[in-house]
Design a protein around this ligand. Sequence first.
Ligand SMILES: Nc1ncnc2c1ncn2[C@@H]1O[C@H](COP(=O)(O)OP(=O)(O)OP(=O)(O)O)[C@@H](O)[C@H]1O
Length: 322
Amino acid sequence: MSQPLLLQVRDLSIEFLDHGRVSNRPVRGIELEIGQGEVLGVVGETGCGKSITAHAILGTLPDQARATGQVHFNGVEQLTLPEKLRARGRGDAISIVFQNPGTAFNPVFRLGQQMRMVLKRHRDLRGDEAGELIAQRLDDVGLTDTRRVVDSYPHELSGGMLQRVMIAMALLCEPKLLILDEPTTALDVTVSRQILLLILRLQESLGFSVLLITHDLGVVKATCDRVAVLYAGRVVETGPTDTVLKKPEHPYTRGLIGALPRLSGERLVSIAGQVPGNFLGLQGCAFADRCPAVVDTCRRTDPELAPISPAHEVACHRAGEL
Ligand SMILES: Nc1ncnc2c1ncn2[C@@H]1O[C@H](COP(=O)(O)OP(=O)(O)OP(=O)(O)O)[C@@H](O)[C@H]1O
């Protein structure tokens, strides 16, 4: 990576506790890096630990969860910081846009009021100054009838418009990192595409970094500089998007690529089997039961993430052989 590092996640593990005992370990030693102005895609099937990793980075894990490892943001370790000092608490550092805009807003306040509350809390801005910035951000996201938008309640706008407002709101405090958790899953294909292109355009002009969580490699291909493929709470392959998609080394990544829709109309090949329901007590490689290239070693030892070429890392005993 050529850019200076903005986010570095080292050996992040997350456990859930039930009556003082560990009931699940959905994240098991995740490693991620994002450079300044870079777009990183985090991809994997449902239940692989994508969202919960984002919550650990933000410092918004549920009370019964415990995170270990390191999350360095701008060189400052976040996991051990008091809540108020965390990057998330400052508003100008990390913002998040969730999948479902319908539940992200307070239904009883007009959208303009909600945006003003954000500016007052995080930037101590109010009055005309706040109004101008809100109008500018709404214009940036393609909502030109700003008066109507700020006077609306959330239920008065379409899903696509609300998603744009959510992006505008997330950018009000000029974050250095924008986390997008399946930002367009709830939208139809055309609107989803417009929103992703919009985010990329804003990312280029405003210069923030993006962590894009998705289960769709097609979206990663169209938008991300680098990609990290997650399986059962671990990164199994990571590298520049072009390299990983053209020369995938992990059988799981190959499976995800095989499941992408083709223009040629070829039949989709989905990966047989399912992600394990609970990752506690897993032995060996978590993908072994679904892997077409499994050998004995895979069932005994969990492979480490290791470089296979500059900037391209894979956690597979068979990497380079297949
Ligand atoms: N509040 C919770 N209590 C207990 N376990 C949880 C909780 N939230 C998440 N988990 C566990 O963490 C696992 C990973 O969840 P996560 O939401 O991060 O998956 P994901 O990869 O983002 O999936 P999706 O694409 O469906 O959002 C879940 O399968 C579940 O076992």
